[in-house]
Design a protein around this ligand. Structure first.
Ligand code: NAD
Length: 484
């Protein structure tokens, strides 16, 4: 039985109630957690506030904070096997992928440590002979971090180390479906030297725990990753309280293949792009746009390749597609399959749950003859379901690519450098991959245009979210002018 992590130790929930997580692949209980309430959030926020207002963390040197972040990275790596297994059991993702994600998270913590030593402002030495201006960068205060279930440790690692690098303290609300690795992270961070109260974790449901966190007056910044629907609520609450808010939300990302592309090279990334993490991925390349002249042949290649994907027990090292997170989400995927067929798209592969014990495994699915007005072309299915559309010209490809409310990422394959740049410049999305897909580096910012979000994570701008600027002006020497 796990408890909340508040003030540097595990503490019982105010009401003492519990909830459990269940392995999507095995239907077994994974763990039981403290069921958070508004009172638990108050306690955690108070702890983070005290750690910010009177604790050492915001005043430590960048080097001291960087050294601790590096220690945390080492702790995560040292516990990689345990974390990966827990992540697989709670989320249903393949174990080999969970290992890779944890190593990626380690790299992000190392990168954030470099930023802790580079925080800087500006000086203005040309304001006049007696004037000097400084722009100081200060930690923003207490941050509330709300995360989803699809990449639990990786997503908290895209927020927390940057908030810590900046000198902030935090209250974290992980998804109720996958809180395990975030709680472990908090205890590793404590062992690595993070003072008590700097990191607090309250487990429980979106309402009341997440909702209460986003409306707390003592929180200075809210950083949320999750669905666009919940993101709107969080932003509305943050707006009401004039709280800074950054949002990483959904996507319906186009993956465009021009006829002049290296199709052999594109095939594996196209298939990976849609089925990676069971399609439960904000960056999923779930809309493939094929130039008409290659559409039939390349569709067939996608189908043949998709048939080879090993789907099954995510604890098996061979498996590439694990279990769907829960029954409610399975219902949503099934709803989209019915909608696709009813709208006149052609089901070319899959479309059903696999006949396993709990049925929570879904076949890799391909629809072609999809048009831009269909829900499967516009909305986030968040499952292993590919929609194939076709285009005749570059201009049409850009128009289809932009024809959704989302703008998270896009991929394109071409051997023509003019096409590559023209299309990249005209797609309204936060990340464009040219002749690759879903590559990521901590140096490069990540975030969405349009309804895919507000703000950016990763990269050197990531600490901006967690800092305030303060202007200090200095007069040098004797004052020569008076007002009266
Ligand atoms: P979700 O929006 O249902 O939940 C996200 C988090 O918000 C959870 O911790 C949940 O408990 C909490 N929450 C729920 N209601 C709340 C409320 N009223 N106030 C505050 N918090 C609340 O999303 P999910 O189903 O966990 O995750 C899937 C979604 O996340 C997809 O839409 C996906 O595209 C998106 N996502 C985006 C990114 C990105 O970086 N852009 C990354 C991963 C996932």
């Amino acid at each position: 039985m796990e408890k909340h992590w508040i003030g540097g130790k595990y503490v019982r929930a105010e009401l003492g109630d519990q909830f459990t997580t269940v392995s999507p692949a095995h239907d077994t209980t994974v763990n039981s957690y403290a069921l958070g309430t508004a009172k638990d959030i108050h306690r955690a926020v108070q702890s983070a506030r005290e750690a910010f207002d009177s604790g050492p963390w915001p005043h430590m040197s960048g080097k001291e904070r960087a050294d601790i972040l590096i220690n945390i990275a080492h702790q995560i790596l040292a516990n990689c096997d345990e974390l990966a297994e827990l992540e697989t059991l709670e989320s249903g993702k393949p174990i080999t992928q969970a290992h890779d994600e944890i190593k990626t998270a380690v790299d992000v913590w190392h990168y954030a440590a470099t930023l802790a030593r580079q925080l800087s402002g500006e000086t203005y030495n040309h304001l006049g002979p007696q004037k000097l201006g400084f722009v100081l960068r200060e930690p923003a205060g207490v941050v509330g971090l709300i995360t989803p279930w699809n990449f639990p440790l990786l997503i908290i690692s895209q927020k927390l180390p940057f908030a810590l690098a900046a000198g902030c303290t935090s209250v974290i609300k992980p998804s109720e479906l996958t809180p395990g690795t975030t709680l472990k992270l908090a205890s590793y961070a404590h062992e690595a030297g993070v003072p008590s109260g700097v990191i607090n974790v309250v487990t429980g449901f979106g309402d009341p725990v997440g909702a209460c966190l986003s409306e707390q007056p003592d929180i200075d910044v809210i950083s949320f990753t999750g669905s666009t629907e919940v993101g709107r609520k969080v932003a509305a609450t943050a707006g009401k309280n004039l709280k800074r808010c950054s949002l990483e939300l959904g996507g319906k990302n186009p993956h465009i293949i021009f006829a002049d592309a290296d199709q052999d090279a594109a095939l594996d990334p196209v298939v990976f792009g849609v089925y990676f993490n069971m399609g439960e991925c904000c960056n999923s390349g779930s809309r493939v746009l094929l130039e008409e002249s290659i559409a039939e042949e390349f569709t067939q290649r996608i189908i043949d390749y998709s048939r080879k994907i090993p789907v099954g027990d995510p604890l098996s090292a061979e498996v590439k597609v694990g279990a769907i997170i829960n029954n409610a989400h399975l219902d949503k995927i099934n709803h989209y399959i019915q909608s696709g067929t009813a709208c006149g798209a052609r089901l070319r592969l899959g479309g059903s749950q696999l006949p396993t014990l709990n049925g929570r495994f879904f076949e890799p699915t391909v629809f072609d003859q999809v048009t831009g007005d269909m829900p499967i072309a516009r909305q986030e299915v968040f499952g292993p379901v590919l929609s194939i559309l076709t285009f005749k010209t570059k201009e049409e490809a850009i128009q289809i690519a932009n024809d959704t409310m989302y703008g998270l990422s896009a991929g394109l394959w071409t051997s023509n450098v003019d096409t590559a740049f023209e299309v990249s410049r005209n797609i309204r999305a936060g990340t464009i991959w040219i002749n690759c897909f879903m590559d990521g580096h901590p140096e490069l910012p990540f975030g969405g245009y349009k309804d895919s979000g507000l703000g950016r994570e990763l990269g050197r701008f990531s600490t901006d979210e967690f800092t305030e600027l303060k202007t200090v002006q200095l007069h040098i020497g004797k004052h020569s002018h008076t007002w009266l």
